[in-house]
Design a protein around this ligand. Structure first.
Ligand SMILES: *[C@@H]1O[C@H](CO)[C@@H](O)[C@H](O)[C@H]1NC(C)=O
Length: 624
């Protein structure tokens, strides 16, 4: 009895019969039946219509009004066993949309049949009789009624009690009597109408198989979102990209120390991706050396792009465009990606979409969530720190940015100064991760670092000052403890906790002000504004919690892409290409004179205006 077991519902049968997918499946089935009948040579058009109508009504009678029970295991102790499908529909509630649908559809079919048979008397009588056979049992007055014993005994599997049977037994009936009566009922159904029993008996194979097919078909049609249909087709190794999808973009990213590429379609499906990280090499040299990065990009870019294309099973000729990061970033690194892409664009004769790295970071969330413009974005990573209002695909208002280094950079520097790489628990972690890990064991109030820029009422950030203060403290502690630079301080965990807390408060405060500013100027919705936080530092859960306190206090929704999309990747570049293709913005058919730009602000800088508004931010309890 385990056909499509679903214990979460009272009766899955009710859901199947009631799903919108069932309506479409049913309509398609009737259409198909009619086409098949029409295509049989000796049937005239009227005969085909009457046959469609009669067969449809017979099928409907059997399925909705004769079969009882359900092919699914129901946790309602088998109550459904006593009811026909029609009676199970919507748990017996009358006049629901499903009931109306299944009532009106035979009437429509009847009118069509009558019209095409030109009201010929024989056809008319047949059609009317068959219509009545499915309309009468639908009347609410007949719910659960079994006239003249019609339909009385069929259904019920051994071991279940049927009401009809129990009613017949005089008081004092025992379980064994009831069971034998039950078996008798089943036997009755089998003996009297062996064929009918196979078709409509609850355990009948034909019944179970047809319900299973109906269930599956309804599942496919129930939510015809494009993504699901593509995935369904792809499961048969059929690639819809060629046939239906007009937009497929190859994205290439080389702005810093990762060589990355990806192919994304217009529904946001990542068809293929590849990435080569240079982090290990740069860890050894203690930072990124641009010529080394350039060399590594050169060595890997061909292979990475090839890999992204081959895993996506998209041939280069199917691409709609090639999108590549051209700003901002390390000049030497950007150069490798750009010249490679321009060669490819030239070879394939495809449009080129130059991408702003920060724009790509900001739009990534739209690949995953349905986020409408405008929304606020906070980008915090090892190389970036900014707050911007995203009003459109390439319409940004820059509210604030770091005046010196980025928070990830500062955390890395502190970790290095504390020599956390030598800490037994942190030896394999990046600087930022090590701080987050160690901070859990420390007391954030042990040291009292003042958050930077307390007096500047704008949305800019600064981290160098904080870094210097921490540097001094560490030197002082080293003296106190009498240890050499490079050894681990006993108070390292406290320092990590304090620096993380101060960073979180600083970022939270600036973000809070940005939210208030945007709401004050009606740039963001008052009640359901969205704050998107992205970048490597967004993976720090402590900082994220601080931001959650801010969004909770301001009735905003906080969204973060998953970590692999927060850091540099090819997917976000390809997705930005899709966004630009859809908006028809910045698609180049002629790449002459295109250059990379190591420095490039994002959008229109209104940070001065934000500062002039001098918005006071209410104090929030940062209980993290
Ligand atoms: C924010 O609000 C949600 C829902 O009210 C709550 O579950 C969550 O704990 C809150 N977060 C913080 C950090 O206060």
């Amino acid at each position: 009895m385990n056909v499509g077991v679903a214990h979460s519902e009272v009766n899955p049968n009710t859901r199947v019969m009631n799903s919108r997918g069932m309506w479409l499946t049913y309509a398609l089935g009737v259409g198909l039946l009619h086409i098949v009948l029409l295509s049989i040579p000796f049937f005239s058009v009227p005969v085909a219509w009457t046959l469609t109508n009669v067969i449809h009504n017979l099928g409907m009678y059997v399925f909705l009004h004769a079969v009882k029970g359900t092919p699914f295991e129901t946790p309602d102790q088998g109550k459904a066993r006593l009811l026909t499908h029609w009676e199970q529909l919507d748990y017996g509630v009358q006049f629901t949309s499903s009931r109306k649908f299944f009532t009106i559809s035979p009437i429509i079919l009847y009118f069509l049949a009558s019209f095409y048979t030109k009201y010929d008397p024989t056809h008319f009588i047949l059609n009317t009789a068959s219509l009545l056979s499915v309309l009468i049992p639908k009347m609410p007055q007949l719910h659960g009624v079994r006239i003249f014993g019609i339909n009385k005994f069929i259904a019920a599997s051994p071991g279940d009690e049927t009401r009809d049977c129990v009613d017949d037994i005089t008081s004092g009936a025992t379980r064994s009597v009831s069971a034998s009566c039950n078996n008798a009922a089943t036997d009755f159904a089998r003996k009297r109408t062996p064929l009918l029993a196979t078709v409509i008996h609850e355990e009948g194979i034909i019944y179970r198989v047809s319900m299973l097919i109906l269930n599956k078909a309804a599942g496919v049609f129930s939510k015809p979102s494009r993504r699901e249909i593509y995935e369904f087709l792809r499961s048969f190794n059929f690639r819809p990209g060629k046939v239906f999808l007009h937009k497929l973009v190859l994205g290439i990213e080389t702005s810093c120390d990762d060589t990355a590429a990806a192919v994304v379609d217009e529904t946001g499906n990542v068809l293929g991706e590849a990435i080569h990280s240079q982090t290990e090499v740069h860890l050894k040299t203690g930072g990124i050396v641009p010529p080394v990065a350039q060399q590594l990009h050169r060595e890997n870019i061909q292979r990475i792009v090839q890999e992204a294309l081959s895993t996506s099973k998209v041939s280069p000729s199917e691409l709609s465009a090639i999108a590549t990061t051209v700003k901002p970033g390390l000049a030497l690194s950007l150069g490798v990606g750009l010249s490679f892409s321009l060669q490819l664009v030239d070879q394939l004769k495809k449009p080129f979409i130059p991408i702003h790295h920060m724009e790509a970071h900001a739009l990534t969330i739209r690949l995953l969530n349905k986020v409408e413009f405008p929304f606020l974005v906070l980008l915090i990573s090892g190389g970036h720190c900014l707050l911007a209002l995203v009003r459109g695909v390439s319409d940004f208002l820059l509210l604030g940015k770091s005046l010196d280094i980025a928070p990830g950079d500062m955390l890395d520097k502190v970790a290095r100064r504390l020599s956390l790489i030598k800490h037994p628990e942190c030896s394999t972690m990046s600087g930022g991760k090590a701080i987050e890990h160690l901070a859990k064991q420390g007391n954030k109030l042990h040291f009292d670092f003042k958050p930077p820029m307390q007096r500047a009422k704008n949305c800019d950030f600064s981290f160098t000052g904080l870094q210097h203060v921490i540097d001094k403290i560490i030197t002082q502690k080293e003296k106190e403890e009498g240890i050499q630079k490079g050894q681990i301080l006993s108070s390292a965990a406290h320092i990590a906790a304090a620096v993380q807390h101060t960073t979180a408060c600083h970022i939270a405060k600036r973000t809070h002000r940005a939210i208030l500013f945007c709401k004050q100027r009606d740039l963001l919705s008052q009640s359901n504004a969205v704050l998107v936080v992205s970048g490597g530092v967004a993976s720090n859960l402590y900082i994220r919690k601080a931001l959650e306190i801010v969004t909770n206090a301001t009735q905003c929704t906080l969204l973060c892409p998953p970590p692999r999309l927060c850091t540099d990747n090819g997917i976000m570049i390809a997705w930005n290409g899709i966004e630009r293709l859809r908006a028809g913005l910045g698609i180049l058919h002629n790449t002459e004179g295109i250059r990379y730009e190591p420095k490039c602000p994002l959008g229109v800088d209104i940070s001065k205006e934000v500062g002039e508004a001098a918005i006071k931010v209410p104090r929030l309890k940062m209980k993290i």
